[in-house]
Unconditional design. Structure first.
Length: 69
């Protein structure tokens, strides 16, 4: 399973002065970054970590969303 296939919703937060990253396929998988580039990197790291922990705990890993064209 390739972590790059997961979706990331990246939104600017005036309150936090940071980009907030949410991975909709992975419950509770959220992070942030001070710049857009850092937010993307943090999102990729969060996805990898989420999947690694789920595997260690024997929990199911939801598949990435697919876009139908």
């Amino acid at each position: 399973m390739d972590f790059r296939h997961y979706s990331m919703i990246i939104q600017w937060s005036d309150e936090d002065q940071a980009y907030i990253v949410t991975v909709p396929e992975l419950p509770g998988c959220r992070t942030h970054g001070a710049t857009y580039k850092k937010a993307v990197k943090q999102g990729q790291d969060a996805i990898e970590s989420w999947i690694m922990v789920a595997k260690e705990l024997g929990r199911p890993i939801p598949p990435p969303n697919k876009v139908a064209v």
